[in-house]
Ligand binder design. Sequence first.
Ligand code: NAD
Length: 249
Amino acid sequence: MIPIDSAAAEIFAAANNTIALTGAGISVASGIPHFRGCGGIWENYDPEEYGTIQAFQRNPAKVWIALKIFCDIMDKARPNPAHFALASLEKLGYLRTIITQNIDGLHQEAGSNNVIEFHGNNRWLVCQKCGKRYPNTEVVIDLLPPLCVCGGVLKPDVVLFGEIIPREALYSSYLEANNCSVVIVIGTSAAVEPAASIPRIASRAGAKIIEINPEEEMPSDIHLSGFAEEVLPILLEKINRLSIQQDAL
Ligand code: NAD
Protein backbone atom coordinates (compact mmCIF):
# COMPACT_ATOMS: atom_id res chain seq x y z
CA MET A 1 0.00 0.00 0.00
CA ILE A 2 1.24 3.52 -0.84
CA PRO A 3 1.92 5.54 2.31
CA ILE A 4 -0.58 8.38 2.44
CA ASP A 5 1.96 11.17 1.86
CA SER A 6 3.24 9.40 -1.28
CA ALA A 7 -0.30 9.51 -2.63
CA ALA A 8 -0.41 13.23 -1.86
CA ALA A 9 2.97 13.73 -3.57
CA GLU A 10 1.70 11.92 -6.66
CA ILE A 11 -1.40 14.13 -6.85
CA PHE A 12 0.78 17.20 -6.41
CA ALA A 13 3.36 16.18 -8.99
CA ALA A 14 0.68 15.37 -11.57
CA ALA A 15 -1.19 18.67 -11.20
CA ASN A 16 -0.03 22.00 -12.58
CA ASN A 17 -2.64 24.24 -11.02
CA THR A 18 -2.46 23.65 -7.30
CA ILE A 19 -3.29 26.32 -4.74
CA ALA A 20 -2.83 26.43 -0.96
CA LEU A 21 -5.10 27.83 1.73
CA THR A 22 -3.19 28.50 4.93
CA GLY A 23 -4.29 29.44 8.43
CA ALA A 24 -2.86 30.21 11.82
CA GLY A 25 -1.59 26.61 12.35
CA ILE A 26 1.21 27.04 9.78
CA SER A 27 2.74 29.84 11.86
CA VAL A 28 2.53 28.14 15.27
CA ALA A 29 6.10 26.80 14.88
CA SER A 30 7.18 30.42 14.23
CA GLY A 31 5.96 31.31 17.71
CA ILE A 32 2.55 32.80 16.83
CA PRO A 33 -0.21 31.07 18.79
CA HIS A 34 -3.40 30.14 16.93
CA PHE A 35 -6.86 30.82 18.33
CA ARG A 36 -7.09 27.44 20.01
CA GLY A 37 -3.50 27.50 21.22
CA CYS A 38 -2.66 27.42 24.87
CA GLY A 39 -0.43 30.46 24.54
CA GLY A 40 -2.71 32.36 26.89
CA ILE A 41 -3.13 35.41 24.66
CA TRP A 42 -6.45 34.47 23.17
CA GLU A 43 -7.72 33.34 26.56
CA ASN A 44 -6.85 36.69 28.10
CA TYR A 45 -8.08 38.73 25.15
CA ASP A 46 -11.37 37.35 23.90
CA PRO A 47 -11.50 37.90 20.09
CA GLU A 48 -15.15 38.97 20.50
CA GLU A 49 -14.12 41.80 22.80
CA TYR A 50 -10.80 42.73 21.22
CA GLY A 51 -11.09 41.55 17.62
CA THR A 52 -14.10 43.38 16.21
CA ILE A 53 -14.19 46.66 14.30
CA GLN A 54 -17.05 47.80 16.56
CA ALA A 55 -14.88 47.31 19.67
CA PHE A 56 -12.02 49.15 17.94
CA GLN A 57 -14.23 52.10 17.00
CA ARG A 58 -15.74 52.23 20.52
CA ASN A 59 -12.45 52.16 22.36
CA PRO A 60 -9.30 52.01 20.19
CA ALA A 61 -6.96 52.50 23.16
CA LYS A 62 -8.36 49.39 24.89
CA VAL A 63 -8.23 47.22 21.75
CA TRP A 64 -4.68 48.46 21.04
CA ILE A 65 -3.51 46.92 24.34
CA ALA A 66 -4.18 43.50 22.78
CA LEU A 67 -3.10 44.54 19.27
CA LYS A 68 0.28 45.67 20.60
CA ILE A 69 0.89 42.24 22.13
CA PHE A 70 0.05 40.57 18.79
CA CYS A 71 2.26 43.07 16.92
CA ASP A 72 5.21 42.36 19.22
CA ILE A 73 4.82 38.59 18.77
CA MET A 74 4.50 38.89 14.99
CA ASP A 75 7.49 41.25 14.72
CA LYS A 76 9.69 38.60 16.36
CA ALA A 77 8.36 35.67 14.29
CA ARG A 78 10.39 34.23 11.43
CA PRO A 79 9.29 31.73 8.74
CA ASN A 80 9.50 28.04 9.65
CA PRO A 81 10.18 24.96 7.43
CA ALA A 82 6.51 24.87 6.36
CA HIS A 83 6.68 28.40 4.90
CA PHE A 84 9.99 27.60 3.17
CA ALA A 85 8.63 24.33 1.72
CA LEU A 86 5.67 26.19 0.16
CA ALA A 87 8.05 28.80 -1.29
CA SER A 88 10.13 25.99 -2.84
CA LEU A 89 7.00 24.35 -4.29
CA GLU A 90 6.11 27.65 -5.97
CA LYS A 91 9.63 28.06 -7.39
CA LEU A 92 9.58 24.50 -8.74
CA GLY A 93 6.27 25.17 -10.47
CA TYR A 94 4.13 22.89 -8.27
CA LEU A 95 2.19 25.60 -6.47
CA ARG A 96 0.43 28.45 -8.23
CA THR A 97 -0.93 30.60 -5.41
CA ILE A 98 -1.16 30.77 -1.65
CA ILE A 99 -4.36 32.20 -0.20
CA THR A 100 -3.56 32.97 3.41
CA GLN A 101 -5.80 33.95 6.27
CA ASN A 102 -2.69 34.90 8.21
CA ILE A 103 -1.67 38.48 8.71
CA ASP A 104 1.97 37.81 9.64
CA GLY A 105 3.65 38.21 6.22
CA LEU A 106 5.73 35.05 6.77
CA HIS A 107 4.96 33.46 3.38
CA GLN A 108 6.47 36.45 1.57
CA GLU A 109 9.42 36.52 3.97
CA ALA A 110 10.07 32.85 3.13
CA GLY A 111 10.17 33.69 -0.59
CA SER A 112 6.64 33.01 -1.84
CA ASN A 113 5.64 35.53 -4.50
CA ASN A 114 2.05 34.79 -5.37
CA VAL A 115 0.28 35.33 -2.05
CA ILE A 116 -3.27 36.56 -1.59
CA GLU A 117 -3.72 38.04 1.87
CA PHE A 118 -7.34 37.42 2.71
CA HIS A 119 -7.25 39.27 6.02
CA GLY A 120 -4.63 41.93 5.34
CA ASN A 121 -1.15 42.36 6.77
CA ASN A 122 -0.16 43.30 10.28
CA ARG A 123 3.07 44.93 9.10
CA TRP A 124 1.14 47.96 7.90
CA LEU A 125 -0.92 50.50 9.81
CA VAL A 126 -3.70 52.51 8.20
CA CYS A 127 -5.23 55.80 9.34
CA GLN A 128 -8.96 55.51 10.01
CA LYS A 129 -9.44 59.18 9.08
CA CYS A 130 -7.33 59.93 5.97
CA GLY A 131 -6.37 56.41 4.81
CA LYS A 132 -2.57 57.03 4.93
CA ARG A 133 -0.62 53.78 5.32
CA TYR A 134 2.58 53.38 7.34
CA PRO A 135 4.98 50.41 7.61
CA ASN A 136 4.78 49.43 11.29
CA THR A 137 8.56 49.85 11.55
CA GLU A 138 8.06 53.61 11.04
CA VAL A 139 5.58 54.04 13.89
CA VAL A 140 6.57 54.10 17.54
CA ILE A 141 3.71 52.32 19.25
CA ASP A 142 4.12 53.88 22.63
CA LEU A 143 1.11 55.96 23.58
CA LEU A 144 -2.08 54.08 22.68
CA PRO A 145 -3.72 54.39 20.28
CA PRO A 146 -0.98 55.43 17.82
CA LEU A 147 -2.02 58.42 15.72
CA CYS A 148 -1.51 59.55 12.13
CA VAL A 149 0.04 62.96 11.35
CA CYS A 150 -3.55 64.10 10.61
CA GLY A 151 -4.63 63.13 14.15
CA GLY A 152 -6.64 60.08 13.03
CA VAL A 153 -6.36 56.74 14.83
CA LEU A 154 -4.06 54.13 13.26
CA LYS A 155 -5.24 50.54 12.95
CA PRO A 156 -3.24 47.51 11.76
CA ASP A 157 -4.17 47.00 8.09
CA VAL A 158 -5.96 43.75 8.90
CA VAL A 159 -9.56 42.63 8.64
CA LEU A 160 -11.13 42.67 12.10
CA PHE A 161 -14.32 40.73 12.75
CA GLY A 162 -17.20 42.74 11.31
CA GLU A 163 -15.12 44.19 8.47
CA ILE A 164 -15.45 43.13 4.87
CA ILE A 165 -12.73 41.22 3.01
CA PRO A 166 -10.80 43.44 0.56
CA ARG A 167 -12.67 43.07 -2.75
CA GLU A 168 -9.58 42.21 -4.82
CA ALA A 169 -8.50 39.45 -2.38
CA LEU A 170 -12.00 37.96 -2.30
CA TYR A 171 -12.43 38.08 -6.08
CA SER A 172 -9.03 36.60 -6.92
CA SER A 173 -9.37 33.87 -4.25
CA TYR A 174 -12.70 32.73 -5.64
CA LEU A 175 -11.24 32.81 -9.15
CA GLU A 176 -8.32 30.65 -7.96
CA ALA A 177 -10.68 28.23 -6.19
CA ASN A 178 -12.82 27.81 -9.29
CA ASN A 179 -9.80 27.19 -11.51
CA CYS A 180 -7.55 24.75 -9.68
CA SER A 181 -7.35 20.97 -9.59
CA VAL A 182 -5.84 20.61 -6.11
CA VAL A 183 -6.16 22.66 -2.92
CA ILE A 184 -3.78 21.98 -0.08
CA VAL A 185 -5.39 23.25 3.12
CA ILE A 186 -2.90 23.83 5.91
CA GLY A 187 -3.38 24.70 9.56
CA THR A 188 -6.87 26.13 9.50
CA SER A 189 -9.97 25.21 11.45
CA ALA A 190 -11.92 26.51 8.43
CA ALA A 191 -14.34 28.11 10.84
CA VAL A 192 -14.04 31.73 9.69
CA GLU A 193 -16.13 32.66 6.65
CA PRO A 194 -15.75 33.50 3.82
CA ALA A 195 -12.24 31.95 3.75
CA ALA A 196 -13.73 28.64 4.91
CA SER A 197 -15.75 28.38 1.71
CA ILE A 198 -12.66 28.28 -0.56
CA PRO A 199 -12.09 24.49 -0.28
CA ARG A 200 -15.84 23.91 -0.75
CA ILE A 201 -15.92 26.06 -3.91
CA ALA A 202 -12.86 24.26 -5.29
CA SER A 203 -14.25 20.85 -4.41
CA ARG A 204 -17.55 21.63 -6.15
CA ALA A 205 -15.54 22.67 -9.22
CA GLY A 206 -13.85 19.25 -9.19
CA ALA A 207 -10.62 19.91 -7.26
CA LYS A 208 -9.05 17.42 -4.89
CA ILE A 209 -8.56 18.55 -1.28
CA ILE A 210 -5.43 17.64 0.69
CA GLU A 211 -5.52 18.69 4.33
CA ILE A 212 -2.44 19.07 6.56
CA ASN A 213 -3.48 19.44 10.17
CA PRO A 214 -3.14 17.33 13.32
CA GLU A 215 -6.96 17.47 13.48
CA GLU A 216 -9.35 16.49 10.72
CA GLU A 217 -11.14 19.82 10.25
CA MET A 218 -12.95 19.27 6.95
CA PRO A 219 -13.95 16.68 4.36
CA SER A 220 -10.87 15.97 2.23
CA ASP A 221 -9.53 13.46 -0.28
CA ILE A 222 -6.36 13.03 1.76
CA HIS A 223 -5.78 14.08 5.35
CA LEU A 224 -2.11 14.26 6.35
CA SER A 225 -2.29 14.22 10.10
CA GLY A 226 0.65 16.12 11.54
CA PHE A 227 2.34 19.45 12.00
CA ALA A 228 2.82 21.51 8.85
CA GLU A 229 6.48 22.23 9.67
CA GLU A 230 7.16 18.48 9.66
CA VAL A 231 4.77 17.24 6.94
CA LEU A 232 5.47 19.87 4.25
CA PRO A 233 9.26 19.35 4.02
CA ILE A 234 8.66 15.57 3.68
CA LEU A 235 6.04 16.20 1.00
CA LEU A 236 8.46 18.50 -0.86
CA GLU A 237 11.18 15.85 -0.73
CA LYS A 238 8.81 13.18 -2.06
CA ILE A 239 7.62 15.43 -4.88
CA ASN A 240 11.25 16.18 -5.80
CA ARG A 241 12.08 12.46 -5.80
CA LEU A 242 9.07 11.68 -8.00
CA SER A 243 10.07 14.38 -10.45
CA ILE A 244 13.66 13.01 -10.67
CA GLN A 245 12.24 9.50 -11.30
CA GLN A 246 9.92 10.84 -14.02
CA ASP A 247 12.78 12.75 -15.68
CA ALA A 248 14.86 9.56 -15.72
CA LEU A 249 12.14 7.60 -17.60
P1 NAD B 1 -7.57 28.58 14.05
O1 NAD B 1 -6.82 29.08 15.24
O2 NAD B 1 -9.05 28.63 14.07
O3 NAD B 1 -7.16 27.08 13.78
C1 NAD B 1 -5.79 26.69 13.76
C2 NAD B 1 -5.71 25.31 13.13
O4 NAD B 1 -4.34 24.96 13.02
C3 NAD B 1 -6.38 24.21 13.96
O5 NAD B 1 -7.15 23.43 13.08
C4 NAD B 1 -5.20 23.41 14.51
O6 NAD B 1 -5.53 22.03 14.63
C5 NAD B 1 -4.16 23.62 13.43
N1 NAD B 1 -2.75 23.51 13.85
C6 NAD B 1 -2.19 23.82 15.03
N2 NAD B 1 -0.85 23.66 14.98
C7 NAD B 1 -0.57 23.25 13.72
C8 NAD B 1 0.64 22.93 13.04
N3 NAD B 1 1.84 23.02 13.64
N4 NAD B 1 0.56 22.51 11.74
C9 NAD B 1 -0.65 22.43 11.11
N5 NAD B 1 -1.82 22.72 11.71
C10 NAD B 1 -1.77 23.13 13.00
O7 NAD B 1 -6.94 29.35 12.80
P2 NAD B 1 -7.59 29.86 11.43
O8 NAD B 1 -8.47 28.81 10.86
O9 NAD B 1 -6.46 30.39 10.62
O10 NAD B 1 -8.53 31.06 11.86
C11 NAD B 1 -8.04 32.03 12.75
C12 NAD B 1 -8.16 33.47 12.24
O11 NAD B 1 -7.30 34.27 13.05
C13 NAD B 1 -7.66 33.64 10.83
O12 NAD B 1 -8.60 34.40 10.17
C14 NAD B 1 -6.35 34.41 10.94
O13 NAD B 1 -6.43 35.59 10.16
C15 NAD B 1 -6.27 34.90 12.36
N6 NAD B 1 -4.98 34.53 12.99
C16 NAD B 1 -3.83 34.76 12.30
C17 NAD B 1 -2.60 34.40 12.85
C18 NAD B 1 -1.35 34.65 12.03
O14 NAD B 1 -1.32 35.56 11.21
N7 NAD B 1 -0.28 33.86 12.22
C19 NAD B 1 -2.54 33.80 14.12
C20 NAD B 1 -3.75 33.62 14.82
C21 NAD B 1 -4.97 33.98 14.24
